[in-house]
Structures are given as C-alpha cells and as structure tokens.
Design a binder for this molecule. Structure first.
Ligand code: NAD
Length: 246
C-alpha cells in the first residue's frame, strides 16, 4: 500500500509540529498547512523536518478561506495522492471577559477554530468516502468541556467542535471514515507560555499530575486515532488533560 497522506492544519504550531512528526514516523506523507505569514517559524519548521527524508511538506493556508482549503486539498491530491487523514489543529485565542469582548474577538475565534474545521472537512470528506477510508481528528480543548473565564468565544468554538464531530461521524461512519476529537488540557506550548506566569502556576496547581502536558503526549493520541485499525472509534472525544477534568 502506498503511504497514507495526511494534512495537519496549524501544522507548524506547538502541537501541530509534534503531530506531524508522529504521523511521519508512522509512515504517513504529511502536509503541514499553516499561515505563510509566520515566515520565521516556517523556516524553523522546515529545518526541523529535514530529518524526515521529505515525508513532511509545508503548504501555506488560512483555514478561514473556504476556497483556499479546497485548493490545498486538490493540490495535495495531485502531488501526493488523495487525503486519508485530516488533523484540524489550527487555533487562536482572543481572551477577554464577555463584557469587554468586541465582535471581532468573537468572530475571529469562531472563524479559525470552528469554521476552519468545517472548511477543511467539507473538502476532504468526498475523497475519503470515495476511497472507503478516512481519519479526521479535531483538536478541541478541555475548556470546551469546562468553560473558562475570559473564553466565551474559545469555549463556544471548542464545544461546538464536539457537536460537529459527532454529527459528521454519523454521516460518514458506513464509508470507513472516522471522526473524533481530542481535548488537550494545558500543554507546554507557546499558547500556554503566553499566559502570565502567576496564572500559569495556578493552573498547574490544579492539574492532578502536577505539570503541563507535553505536545508529544497529545500527538500520540492523534496518531492512535489515525491508525488503520482504529476504525471502531468514532464520534468520540478523548480527553488528554492530566486529570484536570474528569
Ligand atoms: P500554537 O499557537 O502553537 O499553534 C496553533 C497554530 O495554528 C499556529 O501555528 C498558527 O499559525 C495556526 N493558525 C492560526 N490561525 C490560523 C489560520 N487562520 N489558518 C491556518 N493556521 C492558523 O498553539 P498549540 O498549542 O499548538 O494549539 C494547537 C491546537 O490545540 C489549537 O487548536 C488549540 O486551541 C488547541 N489546544 C491547545 C492547548 C495547549 O495547551 N497548547 C490546549 C488545548 C487545546
């Protein structure tokens, strides 16, 4: 069998990078799709992936652009083969309490974190059902389960991903396509390092395992859900949060 082809949105981010590495180690051809505007990070990512013998490529993408998502899926199909695995890991935060939240802060988070998932799934799903195999993994968040102060936008988007995941899972289950979400707790990435130290320490104090998660601990679960023999897990949400929410 030729290599399965995977697209990872947010692929050069903290979790995305580690997800790309895990999928490549499992023998997949991986396309990391992310904002071209992050040019320094793109260069660093390319250098980091040099060890993977061309198994990981970078493609510029803004997930809020519906047509750009269609173009990426088509281009990937022509260059590497039909997409079998999609990991939606692109995400942003625009934290502030609802009373101070501007409409743009609401809309930006919904557009990237939720509409971006629709845009990508919309364009991969026909190819997956046609080939009778597909694995979609949506990276949600523990804050979509618990809610979080200052994150009505983010918590709504991440909780929305669960409903989306279950609905799409039902639509494509008979065609060999699984759709699941992974809900990380707080992990050691730039997104969490940007939280003020005092608040970060309070968060860590509330994590039963007593530390932040490592990106590879999320990537391992994504890799597991993307496996050939993971076909009986669908519509599930897998929490990976160090016991922060049980
Ligand atoms: P990160 O900021 O390192 O990575 C996010 C990536 O998404 C970045 O590379 C960014 O450029 C990309 N991105 C943003 N907007 C985009 C757009 N419009 N189009 C394409 N790409 C875009 O953050 P991370 O910690 O790696 O988070 C990855 C995912 O995991 C996010 O969805 C985040 O909400 C979720 N998550 C992270 C944590 C954590 O603790 N780090 C916890 C729970 C959930």
């Amino acid at each position: 069998m030729s290599k399965r082809v995977a697209i990872v949105t947010g692929g050069i981010g903290g979790l995305g990078t580690e997800i790309c590495k895990h999928l490549a180690r499992s023998g997949r051809k991986v396309v990391a799709a992310d904002l071209a505007s992050r040019s320094e990070r793109v260069e660093a990512f390319r250098a980091e992936m040099a060890d993977f013998d061309g198994a990981v490529a970078f493609e510029p993408l803004n997930v809020t652009d519906h047509q750009a998502c269609a173009d990426l899926v088509q281009r990937t199909g022509r260059t590497h083969g039909s997409v079998s695995i999609l990991v939606n890991a692109a995400g942003i935060t625009r934290d502030t309490s609802l009373r101070k939240m501007a409409p743009e802060q609401w809309a930006d988070v919904i557009k990237v974190n939720l509409e971006g998932v629709f845009n990508m799934c919309r364009h991969v799903v026909d190819g997956m059902t046609a080939q009778g195999f597909g694995r979609i993994v949506n990276i949600s968040s523990v804050n979509g389960q618990t809610g979080q102060f200052g994150q009505t936008n983010y918590s709504a988007a991440k909780a929305g991903m669960h409903g989306f995941t279950m609905a799409l899972a039902r639509e494509v289950a008979k065609k060999g396509v699984t759709v699941n979400s992974v809900s990380p707790g707080y992990c050691n990435t730039a997104l969490v390092q940007a939280v003020p130290e005092e608040i970060r320490n309070q968060i860590i104090a509330n994590i039963p395992v007593g530390r932040l998660g490592e990106p590879r601990e999320i990537a391992r679960v994504v890799d597991f859900l993307s496996a050939e023999d993971a076909g009986f897990i669908t519509g599930a949400n897998i929490p990976v949060n160090g016991g922060y929410f049980m």
